[in-house]
Design a protein around this ligand. Sequence first.
Ligand code: ADP
Ligand code: XUL
Length: 579
Amino acid sequence: MRTCAPVAEDPLPPGAWARSARHRLAGRPTSGDVPSPMALYLGFDLGTQGLTAIVIEAGGPVREVVFQRSLSFDETFPQYGTVNGVLPGDDPLVATSSPLLWAEALETMMGLVARESGLDLSRLRAISGSAQQHGSVYLAASATAALAGLDAARPLAPQLAGHLTRARSPIWMDASTGAQCAAITRALGGESAGARLTGSRAALRFTGPQIRKFFEQDPAAYARTDRIHLVSSYLASLLAGAHAPTEPGDGAGMNLMDLARREWAPAALEATAPGLVAKLPALREPWAVVGPLAPYWVRRHGFPPAKVVAWSGDNPCSLVGAGLVAEGAIAISLGTSDTLFGPMREPRTDPARDGHAFGSPDGGYMGLVCCRNGSLARERVRDAYGLDWAGFSESLRSTPAGNRGAVMLPWFEPEITPRALSAGVRRYALDPADGPANVRALVEAQMLALALHSAWMSVEVRTIRATGGAAANNAILQVTADVFGAEVQRLPVGNSACLGSALRAWHADALAEGRPVPWDEVVAGFTEPEAARTVRPIPAHAGVYAELRGAYAACEAHALGHGPHPASRLAAFRERFGG
Ligand code: ADP
Ligand code: XUL
């Protein structure tokens, strides 16, 4: 028997995503031989705007999420001055956050797990995590000893402050590395060659171009840097008290890894910065056990010396947490960024070079498309028309599919997919004063962009699993279902990246104990969508969106300077579907 997880109902009040929740999911028992009944596994997800932790019970006959808690960076740690998780600055292309904030958030959450979960921590066998991809943390050689000798009498963050060679970490929203991307692309023989080697063309937010920029702008600080971590491997290092490796899921988001070989690519390293290989974490398999939890956590917070398993990026972890362990299905994550991803048997790459191929947590590959103007764009439109999420949803319900041919390109910030380097919202046949039409135009554009720019993945989409904060909103998911002509399934655990990291901890623990559990059994009982949470496409809307897709593509092409004004195209659409 299964008891329902309390998934937030549509609409959620703003900020509700950050509340704690307790889920119970009784799933089928595994047939596999498992390490120990009643074992607990802890997973983290360090997103753009906050940190979530989930503890699962697995390995016995019942599978449960027994603890879930989220902290918002802005609200819980106001002393860092972040806005939506980002440090304010003068250059609109630059986006950074604080590695000390992340460390403090990790320690605060570990304290909550230890003191507020009511769990018997002696049952905790392994910990893993997921983090926003591409961001990087720069440490001096002194950090190695500092990590090994963390003083349990003092909080974590101040013990790290003296060992950073770069106080602010560039994050995935940064768009300031155009010159570096161009130079790396030239050195690798063009975008196609770069994408074939690393899985992606040199991309603004990827770690390699960020490292090159750091080397160019502050060569002395680069020289003092002993280790450059991804956000994921940095946080794993704090738990293990030693430098943690990265793995091919998050490693592929750097423009530095040979995707097919799963090794650092010498040509890419050379194109990026001198002496780089010695500064990078080791590349290991995604299920690598980094070591036991450092004595700091044992002494200061009362944890057992559980295994620390390599952390990965939020999108690779979400693949597991959404239950996508075989090619043929995709997930859409509506978080700060909107992403679409799915497993791939082969490392296919996007001929238009907007999409990415990463390693997946099961040792295979995954394809991904990322749009920057996701939740924050939805919040901007919501606020511009004085709405709350209920009003936003009502605007979607009160306007017709296709929006009478009124289109928005919602590039409030420079857009990743399609590449739009300068911010600026474009409206076609859309009256800026018409709130409901603008809400619909925004969400239709977001879904059409994901659909259009993921065609290269060649996945026949029959069902879509929806995750991320905005997946709580049924009206948004109805547009998703209609644009893709596919069922959209909400997952029982909203933060699939976090659940995925807890499941990865379990998988790695079982493997390390010599009793592997197959991936389909790892996800069973945790990730099956429930029929009541499925949003079905409305058949009458299929033709509307088949037609609007072309008209929207014409708007994109025009806005990017590649095509004529789409006025006649939109007029033809209006004539057929104008309403
Ligand atoms: P990340 O992991 O990138 O930090 P989340 O997946 O936690 O982000 O999503 C956070 C976002 O979810 C918020 O910025 C908010 O805009 C959005 N959100 C929360 N509730 C709703 C809702 N009911 N409708 C639409 N969006 C929502
Ligand atoms: C993926 C990407 C974002 C971040 C933040 O390439 O840049 O999805 O991982 O969530």
